[in-house]
Design a protein around this ligand. Structure first.
Ligand code: PRX
Length: 653
């Protein structure tokens, strides 16, 4: 089946296993005995298990009456009747004990450091929440956040949650058009942005992009709230409001809006295999519970920890493990505005040493790019504060895993490879580091209360070790998406269309080994994973097709040493291919895609071809294109190919 991505199969030959040290295990709150008890309880009584977690881990203004309403499956509702507020759970409930403890340590692009205690963060979130109310934002209104990575982004998410507004964060690297699409789909009334942001020494003109998005449409937007980060942007006096003009004078108390457990906390747009990005909708109670407990279990939280997740808040990792999970657990975390290689390749290691980071969570693409710079750079720094390392976003190859373990973790830090998705809300499959052995390249076992399985094309469980299949989740879990914004049908079709309303289809291929450990094999659909970021091939194809010189385009991924996957586009031009080559159209098209979608979507290579390979019935032979992209020969029977002579052009020869 297509699920099996051949180059990743090499990980299955990896047999090394790493148990936590006795000292690590002894100090873990979740040791193997306690973990076994949790798993037993979850297996015996799925709902009872989650009810107990919800009752003990979150503060409810009104307790829930019913744990799970599955009467309209797959539209599940968790903790029915319960009322809570996410920002109250992230801030207020810590004040009696942790008011003076650092919540955020922020290092900006230039290396300047600022801190917010829980009391200070609470006060500033309340001020911002009051300002949002003063701007007319109510419970249920959508607010788009287009902000640099930093404390204001966290505050904006928390402030929205405080008043029951639904935030939708758009990654600051996305283009005006992508921003516009998301604003329009969500029907946002307010956009919160910054004038500009520094990133790796460069200036990213966020406000200019917002202006561009708003001139092209977005009639729902009434106001734009602008945080001044660098200075120097044009304001529309009728529409735009400076943050510093309306926020600091607000009261530092703000009564939270108590919302139903299923009230939407946020939307986050993500790519699928077809159509435009979809607004994945998450609930308040279920989502917050997932982010809270997964954080405790997988990161083995202990008093005094300094946690650093390097993800931008524009992605789900930045939602669950920057904004909600760390704050809900009342820990201290580092947040960082910049990039790993600015001003040099030692930035991460210098920061870990300076802030005594104990838990570090990043993506394989970052690990691979820093590994390439050699061992000497990290070895110049005192990384002894680290006790646990995490990985997320894409399969980690054993070579990078082992380097991370040996050079960054000094051989003593367990590595938690965490599999999950925008849709799952929280980590689903990952080691419990004090209780389990890890293996390079495996995300190990589902968390307690998560029923992940592998099935074949007919939905039958795959029981044989080493046999690939589809990764599914067979019981609802609290932090699952509740729907696709404004599109229940797309929600049902995409995730529950294949095996019915009880079986969530993740879109990944996976297999298990003799110990039952899961090994993720990659996407089985037309979703690319470039540097841990999801992109639909269709989105890139549509962007290409919108260029006047393009007649037709097909996009595939091919393995890339650092980014995991690179984008390769085959393009049929209108008019002469030779003339287009002479005019360097491929370069123009790469820039064109970047300007339409954002820099992460810039194709690595564009091959101009006279025709796309199609079957006689007119279907593009994507599998053949993928094989060509990987440099494989005769991967597919080409006898049905309309024009076999174009194979050489496809191969770029
Ligand atoms: O293919 C899987 C891959 O990333 C996809 C989800 O992407 P996104 O929604 O952007 O969320 C990324 C951060 C949670 C999955 O379908 N993926 C994520 N984590 C892993 C992974 N693949 C292998 N191993 C992982 N640990």
């Amino acid at each position: 089946m297509e699920a099996v991505v051949p180059e990743i199969e090499s990980v299955l030959h990896e047999t090394r296993s790493f148990a936590p040290s006795a000292a690590f295990a002894a100090a873990s709150a979740l040791d193997s005995q306690r973990l076994a008890a949790l798993r037993r309880r979850a297996a015996q009584d799925h709902e009872g298990f989650w009810a107990q977690q919800a009752a003990t881990q979150l503060d409810w203004q009104r307790p829930f009456d019913l744990t799970l309403d599955d009467s309209a499956a797959p539209h599940y509702r968790w903790f029915v009747g319960g009322r809570l507020n996410a920002s109250y759970n992230c801030l207020d409930r810590h004040l009696p004990e942790r008011a003076a403890q650092d919540a955020l340590i922020f290092e900006n692009d230039d290396g300047d450091v600022q801190r917010w205690t829980y009391a200070q963060l609470h006060a500033e979130v309340c001020q911002l929440a009051n300002a949002l109310r003063a701007l007319g934002i109510d419970k249920g209104d959508r607010v788009v956040l287009y902000l640099p990575m930093g404390p204001q982004a966290v505050m904006a998410m928390q402030a929205c949650a405080r008043i029951g507004a639904i935030h939708s964060v758009v990654f600051g690297g996305f283009s005006a058009e992508s921003l516009k699409d998301r604003i329009e789909d969500a029907g946002a009334r307010l956009v919160i942005t910054a004038d500009a942001a520094p990133r790796g020494g460069k200036r990213v003109a966020l406000k200019t992009t917002v202006d561009l998005a708003l001139t092209e449409g977005c009639s729902s937007v009434e106001r734009v709230l602008v945080y001044q980060r660098l200075g120097g942007c044009v304001m529309d006096p009728m529409r735009d409001v400076w943050w510093h003009d309306v926020v600091p004078q607000q009261p530092t108390q703000c009564e939270p809006e108590w919302v139903e457990s299923s009230h939407p906390l946020f939307l986050l747009y993500t790519s699928g295999s077809t159509g435009r990005p979809k607004g994945v909708q998450h609930s308040t109670g279920g989502y917050l519970l997932g982010a809270t407990v997964s954080m405790q279990w997988v990161f083995d939280l202990r008093p005094g920890d300094v946690f650093w997740c390097t993800a931008d808040i524009g992605w789900i990792t930045g939602h669950s493990y920057v904004s909600y999970g760390p704050l809900s657990n009342g820990i201290t975390q580092l947040i960082f505005e910049g990039i790993p290689t600015y001003p040099d390749g030692e930035r991460f290691w210098r920061m870990i040493a300076a802030h005594k980071v104990s838990i570090f969570y990043t993506a394989p693409t970052a690990i691979r790019s820093l590994m390439r710079l050699g061992d000497e750079l990290p070895l110049r720094h005192d990384l002894s504060s680290l006790r646990l390392l995490g990985s997320v976003g894409e399969p980690i190859n054993p070579e990078a895993w082992l380097w991370y373990q040996r050079v960054i973790g000094g051989g003593r830090c367990p590595i938690v490879d965490t599999w999950w998705q925008t849709e799952t809300g929280a980590i689903m499959i990952a080691p419990i580091p004090g209780a389990m052995a890890t293996k390079p390249g495996s995300c190990t076992l589902p968390l307690p209360g998560i029923c992940a399985e592998i099935v074949d094309e007919d939905g039958q469980p795959v029981t044989q070790a080493g046999q690939g299949g589809l990764l599914v989740v067979t019981k609802p879990w609290p932090s699952m998406l509740t729907t696709v914004w404004n599109n229940d049908e797309r929600f049902r079709d995409t995730y529950f269309g294949r095996f019915g309303p009880r079986v969530y289809v993740a879109g990944d291929g996976a297999q298990r080994d003799d110990d039952g450990y899961f090994w993720i094999l990659g996407r089985i659909d037309d979703v690319l994973n470039v540097s841990g970021h999801r992109l639909g091939t269709m989105e890139v194809e549509s962007a290409l097709a919108a260029h006047e010189a393009v007649a037709e385009a097909a996009v595939v991924g091919r393995p890339h040493e650092i980014k995991g996957e690179a984008i390769l586009a085959f393009v049929v031009v209108r008019g002469s291919r030779e003339a287009a080559l002479k005019a360097d159209l491929p370069r123009e098209l790469r820039d064109w895609v970047a300007s339409r979608l954002g820099a992460i979507a810039r194709p690595d290579e564009i091959r101009l071809v006279e025709a796309l390979p199609k079957t006689r019935s007119g279907k593009i032979m994507r599998r053949l294109l993928r094989a060509v992209g990987r440099g494989e020969t005769a991967a597919q029977d080409t006898s049905t190919l309309e024009n076999p002579a174009i194979l050489d052009q496809l191969r770029g020869s």
